[in-house]
Write a protein that binds this ligand. Sequence first.
Ligand code: ADP
Ligand code: ASP
Ligand code: MG
Length: 416
Amino acid sequence: MKFGGTSMAGTERIRRVANIVRAQAARGDEVAVVVSAMAGETDRLVTFCREANPLYDPAEYDVVVASGEQVTSGLLALTLQAMGCKARSWLGWQVPIQTDDTHASARIENIDAPALIAAMQGGQIAVIPGFQGVSPHGRVTTLGRGGSDTSAVAVAAALKADRCDIYTDVDGVYTTDPRIVAKARKLRHVTYEEMLELASVGSKVLQTRSVSLAMKEKVRVQVLSSFVDEDAPGADSLPGTMIVSDEEVEGLDMERQLITGIAADKNEAKITLTRVADRPGAVASIFGPLAAASINVDMIIQNIAKDKGETDVTFTVPKADLLRTQALLEQRKEAIGYFRLISDDKVAKISVVGVGMRSHAGVAATMFKALADRGINVQAISTSEIKISVLIDEDETELAVRVLHSSYGLDAADAA
Ligand code: ADP
Ligand code: ASP
Ligand code: MG
């Protein structure tokens, strides 16, 4: 069972969580609980690091930001004990959750937890702070923002759990963010692949890494709400959204929609280099240095060369890396050989995702027409087998998501 930040925000909410955990344990299940820091706490801790030292050492940043989860894991264990349950906290280094030493975005390498398993078999509820681990050098690491989801899936895999229930502040995965589109519809099932695409293009309901890990380790993941009444159906009746395999979903949902979900991401910025020489090696000279600086390039367009053997190259990078990218490219202006660098951070990427795309034509045409009818200009396009993304003006994000949601017949009223 994993509980997110909103669910853990304060004594009263932690008591609600403890009640849900106690009820699950009372059914005779052995339970491990992974918790997030209280909502807003990690942001607060990150700010302290920046204030202390703008060029902070990631290893010390990890010491600071991992503390939010240490607090909530202790508090949940205390609350469970107050209810008469046997419970204890297991910090990352105590489990141990072994990671690599990429501080601030470490990867889990191994969880071998005989003591934790023995304690659970003895009837003790294990409470594990999410987001944190221990490096090969014995130092505290964290897994990147939103990483408690990954902690939960990794623990579930290590324990060979029957299920990994991700409790959050919405009651499942929706066709799009229900806080943006009121007509969003809850999905009973989503495939691993679809969830992976949705998470990676901006649906922050699950961290992307947690989905790829669940897919690889075949962990059964359910997303559900921790804000339910005492008499609401329990997690075992699968009230939330199950993440399932392709084969499983075929047997479950005969009438699947063509598009499963729509996501928006405002965390990218667009860069255009004008009049780049149209010769072998030109684009390599642009993207090579960015790769070396660990800057992730997402969408790329290159036009056909004009008469002078020159072309414009447009691409997107994370907003957080925009200044670094500009600096790198300006340093190499001569070597690359371009005329101007134009950047724009007022863009948004809107993506539609669905396995149905594999076998249907016209999905992209529907998207472009719906956007054109509303006068929304498409600045860049990228696709995968089950996803189409477009880059648009940031101010048109909400409108675009709503329009596409209706165009693909996803609005809740249509579905009823
Ligand atoms: P937690 O603190 O529990 O980890 P998050 O804030 O990380 O919670 O994730 C839950 C949020 O994800 C929801 O409040 C919702 O606004 C957002 N979200 C974005 N896309 C979706 C979607 N397709 N379905 C459900 N929630 C979504
Ligand atoms: N507390 C961490 C964060 O805010 C991890 C998490 O909540 O998943 O990113
Ligand atoms: Mg989260």
